[in-house]
Design a binder for this molecule. Structure first.
Ligand code: GLY
Length: 374
């Protein structure tokens, strides 16, 4: 694993620095994906839900290298995302601001970053409805969904818990706990697979629709959604020590690892129930998110369970560091991982690099390194 980490960070460093150089004169732009056929890097502005991931990769690179050049790049690209601290148009502020400024604050202690995180926390809770007990994810499709909450929303709670710990304001914890509890109640089936979208009836508070948006079909097991849920409950257990969140994370992890459709190399099909398995595409991003969550979960569990989670993460990181998934330096539009699956039902970003795959892969490598004290 030491070799896997060193080799991967060699590539992460070359790719991330090359990406930063490519974007240097493209004001306000951030990497989104890559179209291989045209050799074209697709960029976004800060409003895209993924805008915080590239700054986050740069912060992790700085954490690994300690190189002030990497810190400067991380600061410059975080600045491109800062205005999203006012985001109240959707729930993605946690991804946007915590992955960038959360890491930046953790590594530098900069007071101005602390202020960004506080403003972002205030923005995030504006989308919480106390009657329903959940944070609203999206505002589109209003004719179909009264109050849609997606499983991905569990990933925004770390920002709230940071605000609870750093301001002492109980409201942040209450919102995060309420959202987590309602999600456990309404998103999960008895086998701990999850619906992607649950829309609440705003009068009764009871879901009126449970379906998918990015998965294969409503009752399917969309791999990335499941990984978001796993990661979210690991975070919520770390932050609250409420046993029910650990139980939830363990149950989701076991489902994902022990599922008969989990391939032997640990990288899930984009949907565990995709109709064309074994020919279905894999999703490197789901594998990376899962690996990062499992490394942390291995530290929160003991004995066989802990070993099971760590060895699965080792397998996943080893697979992701093979040429099948890890880019050759200078290729892949300067992204790190290949073979991510964005949104198959909309035929968007299919079998391409994705910034969130890069972010969680880099995070997982660092988590593994820290765990071993290397
Ligand atoms: N909706 C965020 C994702 O594609 O995972």
């Amino acid at each position: 694993m030491q070799e896997v980490i060193e080799k991967s960070f060699g590539i992460i460093s070359q790719q991330a620095v090359a990406m930063a150089e490519y974007l240097e004169d493209k004001e306000g732009r951030l990497p989104r994906s890559y179209v291989k056929e045209k050799d074209e890097i697709v960029t976004s502005d800060s409003k895209w839900w993924c805008s915080g991931f590239f700054p986050g990769v740069l912060w992790y690179l700085y954490e690994y290298s300690g190189d002030p050049v990497h810190r400067k790049l991380a600061e410059d690209f975080s600045a491109r995302v800062e205005k999203e601290k006012y985001n109240t148009y959707d729930h993605d502020i946690g991804f946007q601001i915590y992955c960038s400024f959360g890491n930046g604050y953790r590594l530098t202690g900069r007071e101005d970053y602390r202020d960004v995180l506080k403003v972002a926390g205030e923005s995030a809770i504006k989308r919480f409805n106390p009657e329903l007990g959940v944070i609203r994810s999206w505002d589109f499709n209003a004719r179909l969904w009264q109050y849609p909450v997606i499983i991905d929303n569990m990933m925004n709670l770390e920002l709230l818990m940071w605000n609870y710990h750093n301001t002492g304001n109980q409201v942040f914890r209450e919102v995060a706990v309420s959202h987590s509890d309602k999600t456990m109640e309404h998103h999960y089936r008895p086998d701990f697979s999850s619906y992607h979208v649950v829309s609440y009836d705003t009068l009764t508070g009871i879901p009126h629709k449970k379906q998918t948006h990015q998965g294969a079909f409503d009752e399917s097991l969309w791999a990335r959604g499941s990984a978001w849920g796993l990661y979210g409950y690991v975070v919520m257990y770390r932050e609250t020590r409420l046993q029910r969140y650990l139980d939830q994370a363990v149950a989701i992890a076991n489902l994902m690892i022990d599922h008969p459709n989990m391939p032997g190399d640990g990288i899930p099909y984009w949907d565990y129930l995709a109709p064309d398995i074994p020919d279905a595409l894999r999703d490197a991003s789901a594998g990376a998110i899962m690996a990062s969550a499992l490394i942390e979960l291995s530290t929160l569990t003991e004995g066989e369970l802990s070993s099971k989670y760590l060895s699965m993460a080792e397998k996943q990181l080893t697979t992701l560091s093979t040429p099948e998934y890890l880019a050759e330096p200078g290729t892949n539009g300067f992204f790190i991982l290949k073979r991510g699956v964005g949104h198959i039902p909309q035929k968007s970003e299919v079998d391409v690099p994705l910034t969130y795959g890069d972010y969680y892969f880099t995070e997982a490598l660092l988590r593994y390194k820290a765990l071993k004290g290397w």
